[in-house]
Unconditional design. Structure first.
Length: 364
């Protein structure tokens, strides 16, 4: 027997904890939606110069906004307005270099920012809400603002700084902006988002017809752990992980169980580590090494080794446990939207068993 991996989250990384009325989120959940953007040194859209601790503080501030201002029954336009007012009403304008992070989303933490700080803050809040949003820089000067897609499916201009200066909402849900920008770098303002028809070739067996980005998709993923003990799932730094025996080094996707069409899917295996931070509730994940990418194939053996060093299960488990790493396996639909707020596939997280792990009593 082999153990089927059942703990999964959506890739783009989408786990959100909802209560009945408040769309409560933790900094962990905010970070999980956009882990790269919350990793220092990755040219983060929230502020390329921000340190890991500062990005952690942005995640916490964003989580606080979500918990205290967003509810389950709010429409898209209401969410956008809430984020807009939150930043506009709580931010004091300062020059971009007047205080730390004034030109970044760290403005959410300090309450002080330039136009760049306000629009990067808007981007951070929209990303957490699942609202499509872009940070725009004028091509004629240093002014910056946002493009946001509203509930009608249309992309509009939103300029928090200009509206604060004017004392009224002169550029809010606007189809035009007085300043030029690189229109080729963004979707078209004023147009409804196009719904492209999926023309992906479908297999003829009638079983493998799903895309990993669709609800109900199943990769048929199994660990190769014949004769090895199975363990109960564990939470590590707030994320649930499947726990595997330290001797397991490979996995595969069973064609008998999976329902995904392999065409235009790929598999990514990488290691995640918690970055050091003084803000324990908002420590973001850091990707370790280079992710290993493979074409998706059924009944093919894949290595869990994300280091590229061909480690055995024992070697990899020692490396992961010594460095407190989790392994993340993502199955990505190449045809899905690249928008980070959309579901683009399936993600699995696992941790190697320690002496404290709890055996289920079953054998793989």
């Amino acid at each position: 027997m082999k153990k089927s991996l059942i703990t999964l989250t959506t890739a783009a990384i989408m786990a959100v904890s909802l209560s009945i009325t408040s769309w409560a989120m933790t900094a962990e959940e905010v970070t999980a939606k956009n882990p790269t953007s919350y990793t220092a040194g990755t040219n983060s859209i929230y502020g390329p110069s921000l340190s890991q601790d500062q990005l952690g503080a942005v995640a916490q501030a964003t989580a606080d906004f979500m918990t205290n201002n967003i509810t389950d029954n709010m429409e898209t336009d209401q969410k956008i307005k809430a984020a807009y007012n939150y930043i506009k009403d709580r931010t004091t304008y300062v020059d971009w270099n007047a205080v730390t992070g004034a030109n970044t989303a760290y403005t959410l933490v300090t309450g002080q920012g330039a136009c760049s700080g306000m629009c990067r803050s808007m981007k951070a809040l929209c990303d957490a809400m699942g609202v499509e949003c872009y940070h725009v820089h004028s091509t004629s000067n240093d002014h910056q603002w946002n493009l946001v897609r509203y509930g009608d499916g249309i992309l509009y201009h939103v300029d928090i700084d200009a509206n604060k200066s004017a004392g009224q909402d002169i550029i809010y849900k606007s189809l035009t902006h007085p300043l030029p920008f690189d229109t080729s770098a963004y979707p078209t303002v004023g147009q409804v988002q196009e719904q492209t028809q999926d023309t992906t070739p479908q297999p003829t067996d009638g079983q493998h017809t799903m895309r990993a980005s669709q609800d109900g998709a199943n990769t048929g993923m199994w660990f190769d752990e014949d004769g090895l003990p199975l363990y109960a799932d564990e939470s590590h730094y707030g994320t649930m992980c499947d726990v595997i025996d330290p001797r397991v080094g490979t996995f595969h996707f069973s064609s008998e169980i999976g329902n995904i069409n392999p065409v235009d899917h790929y598999v990514m295996v990488d290691g995640w580590k918690k970055a050091n931070s003084s803000i324990s509730s908002s420590i973001p994940w850091v990707v370790v090494g280079e992710p290993q990418n493979y074409a998706f194939e059924y009944d093919k053996t894949y290595s869990l080794d994300f280091t590229g060093n061909n480690m055995s299960g024992e070697e990899l488990s020692k490396y992961c446990l010594d460095n407190d790493l989790i392994i993340v396996i993502s199955v990505i639909d190449k045809n899905a939207s690249s928008d980070t707020n959309k579901k683009t596939g399936l993600e699995y997280r696992l941790y190697y068993a320690t002496p404290q792990s709890v055996p289920t009593g079953e054998i793989g």
